[in-house]
Write a protein that binds this ligand. Structure first.
Ligand SMILES: C[S@@+](CC[C@H](N)C(=O)[O-])C[C@H]1O[C@@H](n2cnc3c(N)ncnc32)[C@H](O)[C@@H]1O
Length: 177
């Protein structure tokens, strides 16, 4: 992975701490209380308008049997959806409170998969461990793109751009396969 664009370490750690503080607060005020319903949802939905997956052509395609990394998984409900469809996700997020909510959902009977505390800029997993990298309002909005995109990228020949329509009015999930 190219390291030419690595920012000053002090600056990087300030930015990460600010993100974690913000998402610790968001967890307390919003995301923890919504997690149960989101984990239980049968249907995958995308974007701020909750557009059902099936109405936009199933952008992820078949996920059964795929090794998947979700970068900035938050409370990890997207990973839970993919696990129920036979995928093998690993959720990665730097905010302990978000991961604690995800672990509680697993303890209540949700699908089991690994959860790692880390920023998407520095994922503590071997290179080429995954066939699909996903970010749904996670790394794509909160991590430094000069660092997380190379970290998540597959070789150019296997890059698969998102297929969500613009009219969603929301950042689509970013997919690499
Ligand atoms: C909106 S949530 C995304 C999770 C979920 N898809 C959702 O919509 O709630 C944003 C997540 O990005 C995480 N995040 C913040 N900085 C990050 C970074 N540098 N790398 C990866 N994730 C980060 C936050 O901890 C938070 O859980």
């Amino acid at each position: 992975m190219p390291r030419d664009h690595a920012p000053d370490p002090a600056q990087r750690s300030d930015s990460s701490s600010a993100n974690v503080a913000q998402w610790t607060r968001m967890n307390r005020e919003h995301t923890d209380s919504r997690a149960q319903e989101q984990w239980a949802a049968e249907e995958i939905t995308w974007g701020v308008f909750g557009v059902p997956d099936r109405t936009i052509g199933l952008p992820l395609g078949e996920v059964a049997g795929l090794d998947i990394v979700e970068l900035g998984c938050g409370t990890a409900y997207s990973s839970a959806w993919l696990a129920r469809r036979g995928g093998r996700p690993v959720g990665v997020d730097p905010t302990p409170a978000q991961l604690e909510t995800a672990r509680r959902m697993q303890a209540r009977g949700g699908p089991q998969f690994p959860l790692l505390q880390a920023p998407a800029e520095r994922v503590p997993l071997p290179d080429a461990s995954f066939e699909l990298a996903l970010s749904e309002y996670g790394a794509s909005l909160w991590a430094d793109p000069k660092l997380w995109v190379p970290e998540a990228s597959a070789p150019p020949s296997t890059w698969r751009p998102p297929r969500l329509p613009d009219e969603l009015g929301a950042a689509p999930p970013l997919l690499a396969r």
